[in-house]
Write a protein that binds this ligand. Structure first.
Ligand code: CP
Length: 305
């Protein structure tokens, strides 16, 4: 395993299988004992150019449970970006004030660019429709925790597979573990070819569906996603597909006993609230797992035990 100390995390493909397993194992230890004072004297910058609840706040919780400080902004409107400052200048400036930068930005590729100019490591908290590697790690953690393994999972990914960055990262990671992929989407929101090529190159298979009910009987993981209205160039196209899949409790009859429903959240209306009390619903615990994963990442990247 290569050391993670001082390395940015921009795409999940930046990490080897061993790197990923190391973070999951560290996260397990943080889950047992999340309150440790290892970040005393450290400052993490949190730059969110796009809205977030879970990613931003779980990073903040992760830092504060570990005794560190966090600086930054939750919207670019309160930063000098509003006056026209470039991303390069913002990163070079904020790196003067912090040991590590967590950034979410609506532009695909912006996190990679930031890592190329930054003297401190960057963690990509989501760049456009491209990658969301920390979500990917907490998804893997949730899968391993609920299924007891990562190998040979039957995973059904449902919804916006075109613009949903979480599914792009998760497919890439699960190819390391021999998953079977089942993609459910409207015709216009199919998984991009580049991601499907990754599956083929790994010698694995995927199948594609338009009906959610087709995958429920055999899925180990039902990974629901929101249709990403904000990324559609044409709002009318979003209107056509926005309610394509709505999972209700009744539809889970006949699913595997061990099956879990995951969702990166926020949900809009793709899972009805009557699913929340079903023991197969795991999305709020999944969000909680984000704290432990982000604690593990910060500790590994800063080289702290
Ligand atoms: N899963 C996720 O990225 O949620 P937020 O947009 O609330 O951070």
């Amino acid at each position: 395993m290569s050391t993670l100390k001082g390395r940015s995390l921009i795409s999940i493909t930046d990490y080897s299988k061993d790197d990923i397993l190391k973070i999951l194992d560290m996260a397990e230890e943080f889950e047992k004992n999340p309150r440790r004072n290892i970040l005393n004297g450290y400052i993490v910058a949190s730059l969110f150019f796009e809205p977030s609840t879970r990613t931003r706040l779980s990073f903040e919780s992760a830092v504060q449970y570990l005794g560190g400080r966090i600086v930054g902004f939750a919207t670019a409107d309160t930063s000098s970006v509003k006056k026209g400052e470039s991303l390069k200048d913002t990163i070079l400036t904020v790196s003067n004030y912090s040991d590590l930068i967590v950034m979410r930005n609506p532009l695909d590729g912006s996190a990679r660019f930031a890592s190329e100019v930054s003297p401190v490591p960057i963690i990509n908290a989501g760049d456009g429709a491209n990658q969301h590697p920390t979500q990917c790690l907490l998804d893997l953690y949730s899968i391993r925790k609920t299924q007891g393994r990562l190998e040979n999972i039957d995973i059904a990914m449902v919804g916006d597979l075109k613009y949903g960055r979480t599914v792009h990262s998760l497919v890439q990671a699960l190819t390391l573990f021999g998953a079977k992929f089942h993609f459910v989407s409207p015709e216009s929101l199919k998984m991009p070819s580049a991601v499907k090529t990754v599956i083929k190159n790994a010698g694995l298979e995927y199948d594609q569906y338009t009906e959610l009910s087709d995958v429920i009987p055999f899925a180990d993981i039902l990974y629901m996603t929101r249709i990403q209205g904000e990324r559609f160039p044409d709002p009318l196209e979003y209107e056509k597909v926005k309610n394509s899949y709505i999972l209700s409790n009744r539809m889970l009859r006949g699913s595997k006993e061990t099956m879990k429903v995951l969702h990166p959240l926020p949900r809009v209306n793709e899972i009805t609230e009557d699913v929340d009390d079903n023991p197969k619903a795991y999305y709020f615990q999944q969000a909680r797992n984000g704290v432990y994963i982000r604690q593990a990442l910060i500790a590994a990247i800063l080289g702290l035990k």
